[in-house]
Design a protein around this ligand. Sequence first.
Ligand code: NAD
Length: 471
Amino acid sequence: MKTDFSMTIHGQAVAGTRGTFKVLNPATEETVALCPSGSPEQVDQAVAAAAEAFKTWQYSTDATRVAALNAIADKFEQHAAELAEIITLEQGKPLALARFEVGGAVAWTRYTASLGVPVEVIEDSDVRLAELHRKPLGVVGSITPWNWPLMIAVWHVMPALRTGNTVVVKPSSMTPLNTLRMVELMNECLPAGVINVITGEGGIGSSIVKHEGIRKIVFTGSTPTGQTIMRNAADNMKRLTLELGGNDAGIVLPDADIDKLAPAIFQTAFLNMGQTCAALKRLYVHESQYDALVEKLAEMARAQKVGPGMEEGVTFGPVQNRDQFDLVSELVEDARQNGARIVTGGERIGDKGYFYAPTIVADIADGTRLVDEEQFGPVLPVIRYSDVEDALRRANDNPNGLGGSVWGSDIDKARAIASRLECGTAWINNHAEVLPHCPFGGSKMSGFGVEFGQDGLLEYTQSQLLNINRG
Ligand code: NAD
């Protein structure tokens, strides 16, 4: 893997004027590489470069943008092995999952290329022609988290470019390297300044959010940071897409075929070691199937091969960073002290790296921190219920509203419950599935705005009505 990483501003490789900081491998706690530490002045330079590039890019033809995005997808494919390795080393996930992430980045890029920006004719009469056009906004600031760093950067950046905006992206300081490489590769397919990247350990995100030259912020991360961003974006009325935290509930109905569904329940709760915004984070199970399902999930947890993501055969990696590891440990300890049963896991594995055993917690109820708060890690609380209406009420009794799911054999019954979940996506017999053509976003404290599909694309545009008088 290459070890010299640079920021990209106006098409040039740039070092940080504040030196460098270390990026750690969560499997070993050793340094993967040094990352440039940028400054607020370099944010100014990046925004100026993006603003300059916008003057031309906003008028580029559809064909130019489609060709650029497809060329970028080709580049990602050519460098797939390298990108996956960087992701595993700095993020921690098993290499197979990192390859899946790169594959997703390619697929999303190609799909976004295939979308179009329509002109809608609203009235075409003797009196007037009224057309609704969609124009790019200008410079978009993208701020990303550490869980699916490449995929989420692609989710932000591609629709922005496809609609004629230019971008300054800032990755999480926990996992910045793959984004630095992504932008370097993209830069080979785009005019200088269309995409720029700044990294740093503190204050860079808020410099971007407050910058007068930026017209929109697309942010994926925690709810408290989203709230700060919303406050700081007010001065020049920035557009916002906020994809924030979740505490998704799943409800297993009495008629669910748990033999068939248990693997999908496990997979969607523990996807990426549970560090997925729309992972299943609280599971409500009817008392008639409770003990059997708890045991099946525990069996699957025990069967995981936990270890460094680069090792052959490993199915489960470390938690990404020390703070998140400490939070997961704290929530499980709190549950234990409040009488919950740790069916399996509940402890650190080894003494190096942030490995936490895949954990199933039973005999736990709402009112416990592990149920009420987002754990964002490898632990699933399983809650017993006897009345479906009560389970639905408890599922909705949470400030978050990203996703939710219902698991059952009678689809009409499951649909009736799912439609009453307070969340942006309701799945039946599945969870956490996101697709490039299906709009995805949160409700309540999980944010607003959507990504993906036509609706997601239009979030990067400003409508302009053209009204031609024919009278
Ligand atoms: P975080 O909020 O700590 O950080 C996210 C990004 O924001 C990082 O790049 C960080 O440097 C930056 N940042 C921090 N403070 C800032 C500020 N004041 N102004 C501007 N930027 C700032 O989140 P995280 O810990 O990296 O990610 C985990 C969280 O993200 C979880 O809550 C998870 O549910 C959520 N998430 C949501 C989605 C979604 O689509 N809804 C997807 C992935 C993750």
